[in-house]
Design a protein. Structure first.
Length: 267
């Protein structure tokens, strides 16, 4: 279960890698097709990154308000729409519009360290909050692997359609919508993260997700313990307020586990 949801959600990283890689090959044909000046060539490439940087600011807020799963699905719809617009472009304006829309999708689900204001957004959060403790780091790393995989596939697609000098660039850009469409469909069958559910006091739903992830029985002591840890972490971080008169008891081990680990942070 954990590997399946990681691979599907990591398609967000694949989309980022594909879009940043495919434009280099497509631009060779685009500049001839639209007789682009140097400035417009730069604008076609950079407008996606600019819109991604701007809309990445909304990704955290939306994922807290709507949930990780809905935001990833919405971003997939936006990216698919952008890919269609780019592939069907009849003018520089429509091409720029498609590039901008794609940036919105990327900005809301994925942030990457070399872009100002971008660095691990909703997709890595979704993976981290669903992944089992023992393999969490490995699964989150898969997202980064998918970025380079997307760039690699983009180079192959560029090479395949390079010899179609008339419409090759359209296929290069439009094909990016296929992975996002697959991601949207698959996410209908994936759960919300247990951390987000627990933060909204949907503890029974969070328990069911933990059962699926760890493949254990509902009353398994391990599931109960994990749910308790998540619930206490949500209370400790202020993700939901404790009702007036409600008492929450922490034992010593639970209190210690919630204290910030500054040594790890420094390392």
């Amino acid at each position: 279960m954990a590997l399946r949801l990681t691979l599907i959600s990591a398609l967000g990283g694949f989309l980022f890698g594909y879009d940043t890689g495919v434009i280099s090959g497509a631009m060779i044909q685009i500049r001839k097709h639209f007789s682009l000046s140097t400035f417009l060539q730069e604008l076609v490439v950079s407008i996606t990154i600019a819109s991604a940087a701007c809309f990445s600011l909304s990704g955290g807020f939306l994922s807290d308000y709507l949930g990780r799963k809905p935001v990833i699905m919405i971003a997939g719809v936006v990216f698919t729409l952008g890919a269609i617009i780019m592939g069907a472009s009849v003018s520089v304006g429509s091409l720029l519009a498609g590039r901008l829309v794609v940036g919105v999708g990327i900005g809301n689900v994925y942030r990457f360290s070399f872009i100002p204001g971008l660095a691990s957004m909703v997709v890595p959060i979704y993976i981290a909050e669903c992944a089992p403790n023992k393999i969490r780091a490995q699964l989150v790393t898969i997202n980064n692997l998918f970025v380079t995989a997307g760039q690699f596939v983009a180079c192959i697609v560029d090479g395949i359609f390079f010899f179609d000098q008339t419409n090759g660039w359209r296929f290069m850009l439009a094909i990016g919508g296929l992975p996002s469409l697959i991601q949207i469909i698959c996410f209908f069958f994936l759960p919300e993260t247990p951390r987000w559910l627990a933060g909204r006091r949907k503890l029974e739903s969070a328990r069911k997700v933990l059962q699926q992830v760890y493949d254990r029985e509902p009353n398994d002591p391990f599931i109960i313990s994990e749910l308790r840890k998540i619930e206490l972490a949500c209370i400790y971080s202020g993700e939901y307020e404790v009702s007036q008169g409600e008492e929450i008891h922490f034992d010593d081990s639970e209190t210690r586990s919630l204290q910030p680990n500054y040594k790890t942070t420094i390392l």
